[in-house]
Design a binder for this molecule. Structure first.
Ligand SMILES: [Zn+2]
Length: 121
């Protein structure tokens, strides 16, 4: 095998890996289902990462990519995140939505199954 062949093989491997990552990132691993009526209001509360895991009832080991969780009642939807609302509007949650859009969809009465990698449950 020449050095040139090796370079081509390496490039091919990189291209395949990139494709694999791109597909994984876009793939929707769950379906949204209507779970209830929309909350009348929502509140985005920024907390520390430790607090977020506590409130979302999980651990970094169980949910390493946790970004937020939403507690939805008819009166109020409370989102707890270690990101600001501004950051969440610019961060993709892996399902084609931003983290903010994803959480707001919960506030609007939608849920998904199985649960997102970005959430505790
Ligand atoms: Zn979710």
């Amino acid at each position: 095998m020449t050095t040139r062949d090796r370079k081509h093989l390496l490039l091919l491997a990189i291209a395949l890996m990139a494709l694999y990552i791109a597909l994984g990132g876009c793939a929707s691993e769950y379906e949204w289902v209507r779970a209830g009526s929309p909350s009348k209001a929502y509140e985005w509360k920024q907390v520390t990462r430790d607090e977020m895991f506590l409130i979302c009832a999980t651990t970094p080991a169980k949910s390493p990519t946790l970004g937020a969780c939403a507690y939805v009642t008819p009166e109020m939807c409370r989102v707890h995140s270690d990101r600001t609302e501004w950051q969440a509007k610019r961060e993709m949650s892996g399902d084609g939505l931003t983290l903010w859009e994803h959480e707001i969809k919960h506030c609007e009465g939608w849920w998904h199954k199985p649960y997102s990698r970005w959430e505790a449950k």
